[in-house]
Design a protein around this ligand. Sequence first.
Ligand SMILES: NC(=O)c1ccc[n+]([C@@H]2O[C@H](COP(=O)([O-])OP(=O)(O)OC[C@H]3O[C@@H](n4cnc5c(N)ncnc54)[C@H](OP(=O)(O)O)[C@@H]3O)[C@@H](O)[C@H]2O)c1
Length: 231
Amino acid sequence: MNIKDKVVLITGSSRGIGRKAAILYAEQGAQVIVTYCKSKEEAEQVFSACNVHAKAYLARLDVGDSSSIQELVEKVKSEYGGLDILINNAGVLTEKLFAEQTPEEIRSQVEVNLLGLMNTICAFLPLLEGQDEAVIINVASRLAKKIVERKAVYAATKHAVRAFTQSLALELPPYIRIYCFNPGLTATGMTNYQGADPLQVAQVLLEAGKETLGKKSGEDIDVDELLARVR
Ligand SMILES: NC(=O)c1ccc[n+]([C@@H]2O[C@H](COP(=O)([O-])OP(=O)(O)OC[C@H]3O[C@@H](n4cnc5c(N)ncnc54)[C@H](OP(=O)(O)O)[C@@H]3O)[C@@H](O)[C@H]2O)c1
């Protein structure tokens, strides 16, 4: 897909991978909708960096709150009339033994990583359906395919995101493609800045939106494997 002038919504684009991706998409002429939940100042910086390249939009979005999602749907509908690329990137992680996780930590991971992603797709689907072609990218994780300790709830949400993506691909019309984007450990606030450069991960996320990676709808985009090939 040629992304110039395309309307691209990235959930959780105030920080980390989403932040880097927002700026890369804008550099290529996409009209990026930058969203934050708590990090307003960081998001304002991202908005300004995007707006230099192409008209950007800044909005608060809490994917755990259906009314917040619906408010943004109405704004996007009146501002743009449709949506070309939806990147479900917002995510939270509590890394500790399951027995030590509080009910609130468990709830929040399921609510943001899984329910929030599903509700966002459900709410924005009419705006994607109105376009000639559209792309949904669900940011899961390499832990969508692998099991490790201390991330039981997080891994469960990411496995579910992967299954949901594969299943939804069978239901969507052919002009809406959906991908499961699986980064490995990436140096963001989520990991205390351990891991791969988030800019490199965001570069793969850009190619995913442009659909240059030769993937079929529903397939995995395994970031570590792709980065290893170019190293
Ligand atoms: N870092 C890694 O090693 C790694 C590996 C595999 C997959 N991932 C996945 O990649 C995605 C991005 O992670 P990251 O590493 O960039 O994390 P990050 O730096 O911690 O950023 C998380 C983003 O999610 C947003 N967010 C959190 N709760 C939200 C909510 N309720 N509603 C809307 N937005 C919310 C945050 O917004 P505010 O700050 O504005 O609240 C922030 O912009 C996540 O889905 C994560 O699971 C990360």
